[in-house]
Design a protein around this ligand. Sequence first.
Ligand code: GLC
Length: 382
Amino acid sequence: MVGAAERVLRGNWIEGERDGVPYAYTRPSPGRYPWQWYWDSCFAAIVWRRFDPARSRAELGSLLAAQRDDGFVGHTIFWHRPVSLGRLAFYNVASRRALQTETIQPPLLAWAWRIAVGDPAAEPRIVAQADWLVANRDLEGDGLLWIVQPDESGLDASPKFDPVWGRRAAARIGFPLLVRRNRRLGFDARRVRESGGLVLCETLVNTMWSLSLQALGRPSATPALVERLWDEQRGLFLDEVQPGGERPAVLTWAALAPLALPDLPERIGRRLVEEHLLSEREFLTPVSPPSVAVSEPSYEPGGGRGPMRRYWRGPTWVNAAWLVWLGMRRLGYEEEAGRLARGLIGVVEREGLREYYDPRSGTGLGAEDFAWSALIAELVDP
Ligand code: GLC
């Protein structure tokens, strides 16, 4: 199993040079995803530390090599070839020749660095990226970040974004209009907001952000996350949309993601586990946790139909399983955590490292040789 993880990471590794800048990273899946994706790289780097720690540093170092002078690091870096024409309308680039997108992905770089490389506070470029996020995305000054598009969360077409962006949500017909509008505004969150666009304080992004802040030795964002997004009545974290302050209540695994936070109040963690993660009506499936609760009308465990790939609408992803499993173990749910791990390990053994899995049968779906599914090694050998 751990051997399969290593084999995929090695097979997906690519090295090269662009305009004199060397790069090296793990392609999420060589056929389908050739470029460097920010959060995929962070997960890959975490697993690389087991096999070849120099590659953890090189992988994250390549993200930093793409950093703009102002500290920004994009969602996707197009190292060796520009974004294809067919994808241009869906990719958040300023121009076809751009090195990277103008949008972000969940900011877990500092946390990944801490796990796989060393002290992120000693790397000025990581500090500069954190400063960029504070300056540009902490719109309300409470330490939480806001996103301008659903794909900035990494959870592209999750149904939790349907009530927010409607027909302009990712993988919907109007998504290119959202991209075009934000492109005109320079993907600048303040400008988006000022011109009447929507911004979202999203749970997963802020969970990753809080982990990174703590890795940097800065004050944690967890108290602000609880203050702003915890819904005491439902026992869940719910995003907030501005303007309007709406709190869409579509139940997805992201509502449970704060379980990964070591400083999450224990009472809250227990409610997430006992009322949701271990509920058969919601997230307790044979291969758990599904990306969308079984109780949701939008739950599509088979990965959806039709020509358009719609991610995060039901199937189980290994990174999500790992993050909630961290919380289950921290809170002492050893047996239940073991059951979750065994369910997924068996399926990955049988089906290989796929992009995601049917939460009922474990059938492997989406891309093959998918890099971050190598996180299964964390579940096998914590
Ligand atoms: C899909 C996923 C996103 C991931 C990317 C590359 O767009 O939704 O989270 O980063 O693929 O694997």
